[in-house]
Design a protein around this ligand. Structure first.
Ligand SMILES: *[C@@H]1O[C@H](CO)[C@@H](O)[C@H](O)[C@H]1NC(C)=O
Ligand SMILES: *[C@@H]1O[C@H](CO)[C@@H](O)[C@H](O)[C@H]1NC(C)=O
Ligand SMILES: *[C@@H]1O[C@H](CO)[C@@H](O)[C@H](O)[C@H]1NC(C)=O
Ligand SMILES: *[C@@H]1O[C@H](CO)[C@@H](O)[C@H](O)[C@H]1NC(C)=O
Ligand SMILES: *[C@@H]1O[C@H](CO)[C@@H](O)[C@H](O)[C@H]1NC(C)=O
Ligand SMILES: *[C@@H]1O[C@H](CO)[C@@H](O)[C@H](O)[C@H]1NC(C)=O
Length: 456
């Protein structure tokens, strides 16, 4: 009952997970992350966060898995099928059967949560930044001016929010500003009371596919002690906390994505519902799941007998798949669910000539078979749009796909450069997946109708 185990692990209840943190299950560092690859990755399947842990300037990169460039479209070129004999003859060289446009869309970031703190008086000591794979909680702590400061970060699965909790060993010591930033299109920032909001849109995909997807990140701050001031100042809008004892930040992120051909959703109402469900007096514990630094171990691994590091890597791989594929989220893309760039390497998309498969190679042997579900659902979507493509392009009653694409940039976009590695998927393949789908359907209630229809 993997799902039961995962539900327990991700209910983030302190002490609910019986596995003690060890050197096989903890990544830790003696310095903040300096770039994307040295930040700590967290996720709940739909929301991703990458945490830097800077002392005076701290950042949390934010992702939501439906934020892709562009808007729904159908790339199948109508005159392909009339040229089919030529396409077969010329194989890779036929340009008539390229998708329109030939390039694909891109997974894009939501933005970042920035926290800025005053410089203290004395030196920072005892700095430690860690990720406990058994609780999926990142913890950063340090001592300065006789006070130990702690920041805990995790992405709650039941509450569907990114949570940051700041505390100090003495009362009244927390003073900082919280703000959003983004490189995305048409951002609008607003702040009121203890709520900070970023609304923006993703960029157009390759011409002529226009922008369309909208999204919102909404932060709700709860402070014990001290004061909270809201400062409305355009992109510099912020919440200013002074002399608090403990502070908890809840960040909800949602987009207008509903389905691959529907981006009419309302991110604001989704976020408000998400934050309302937490309640006005959230019980933090309800959402708290409980050698050598990892970079040093990695650097010395080649010349050191450190079998525990292999175990850590396996645990890390399982952690990454859980964090990027839990429940009915989009599948893990080339970067999982983490991306800070508008134009990431290889579009941070699904590339199905091997990479998407590689992401899931470890799923079944790693006792995470349920996490294959998002891939099965993607295949299901593509089998529908691919049937259209097979008909339009190849005059064939089958389904087909190219090598890559995205979901919000959806399954219809899945096929692009058709001169490369076009494969037709036999109907038998759909039957094979049907068995798996039936197994997973229970967990994806909202998609039952869509999923069962094409196989009827
Ligand atoms: C990130 O920082 C680490 C540590 O300084 C460095 O080794 C690595 O090359 C950097 N990665 C990138 C992509 O810049
Ligand atoms: C196919 O249609 C496209 C778009 O209408 C057109 O630009 C192209 O010339 C056509 N190609 C052939 C071979 O008919
Ligand atoms: C399609 O893919 C081929 C092979 O990778 C490449 O040479 C060609 O430039 C691509 N065409 C477009 C329009 O992207
Ligand atoms: C917020 O974080 C982003 C991402 O690291 C960074 O580019 C930006 O400069 C930061 N903004 C502030 C005000 O610190
Ligand atoms: C917080 O923001 C205010 C502007 O409202 C600024 O004066 C102050 O220096 C900021 N403090 C920190 C620690 O960034
Ligand atoms: C499509 O296939 C059907 C049945 O095989 C055939 O009769 C028809 O001529 C084909 N159409 C084109 C445009 O090739």
């Amino acid at each position: 009952m993997i799902l039961v185990f995962l539900a327990a692990a991700f209910s983030l209840v302190k002490g609910a997970v019986g596995v003690p943190a060890t050197s096989d299950t903890t990544l830790w560092f003696e310095q903040p992350g300096v770039n994307f690859t040295t930040s700590i990755l967290l996720g709940n399947g739909r929301l991703g966060a990458n945490y830097y842990g800077g002392v005076t300037s701290d950042t949390l990169g934010l992702n939501e898995d439906s934020i892709w460039s562009g808007s729904p479209y159908d790339p199948a070129p109508a005159n392909c099928s009339t040229n089919l004999p030529m396409a077969r003859e010329l194989d890779f060289l036929n340009t008539v059967c390229l998708g329109t446009p030939a390039e694909q869309g891109t997974f894009q970031p939501a933005g970042a949560l920035n926290l800025t703190f005053p410089q203290g008086q004395s030196e920072v000591t005892n700095y430690r930044r860690q990720l406990d794979l058994t609780t999926a909680v990142a913890t950063m702590s340090y001592t300065q001016d006789g006070v130990t400061f702690t920041r805990e970060v995790f992405v709650s699965h039941p509450a569907q929010v990114v949570v940051v909790r700041l505390s100090a060993s003495e009362a009244g010591k927390l003073t900082f500003n919280a703000s959003f930033s983004t490189i995305m299109m048409n951002p609008a920032f607003s702040v009121s009371g203890t709520t900070l909001v970023l609304a923006a849109g993703s960029y157009p995909a390759v011409s002529p596919i226009p922008a369309g997807l909208k999204y919102e990140a909404r932060l709700q701050l709860q402070a014990d002690g001290g004061s909270v001031d809201s400062v409305q100042n355009g992109a510099n809008s912020l919440l200013a906390v002074e002399n608090a004892d403990t502070v908890t930040l809840f960040v909800a992120i949602a987009s207008s994505y509903v389905y691959y051909n529907d981006i009419s959703g309302n991110p604001t109402s989704k976020n408000i519902a998400t934050l309302d469900a937490i309640g006005s007096a959230p019980d933090y514990d309800k959402y708290d799941c409980g050698g050598l630094p990892t970079d040093v171990r990695a650097a010395t691994f080649q010349n050191t007998f450190d079998p525990g590091f292999v175990a850590l890597n396996l645990n890390w791989a399982r952690y990454l798949l859980i964090s990027s594929s839990l429940d009915c989220a989009q599948p893990a893309n080339l970067q999982g669910i983490w991306n800070e760039q508008k134009n990431p390497e290889w579009n941070s998309k699904f590339t199905i000539n091997i990479n998407l498969e590689m992401n899931y190679w470890g799923a079944e042997v790693g006792n995470l078979a349920d996490l294959v579900e998002p891939v099965v659902r993607l295949i299901e979507d593509v089998s529908v749009t691919g049937a259209n493509m097979a008909q339009v392009m190849y005059n064939a009653s089958a389904t087909a796909t190219g090598t890559g694409g995205g979901p919000g940039d959806g399954a219809p976009w899945m096929v692009s450069n058709r001169s490369v590695q076009v494969r037709t998927v036999a109907l038998g393949m759909r039957a094979l997946f049907l068995n798996r789908l039936n197994h997973f359907l229970l967990n994806c209630v909202s998609h039952q109708a869509e999923l069962s229809e094409p196989f009827a």
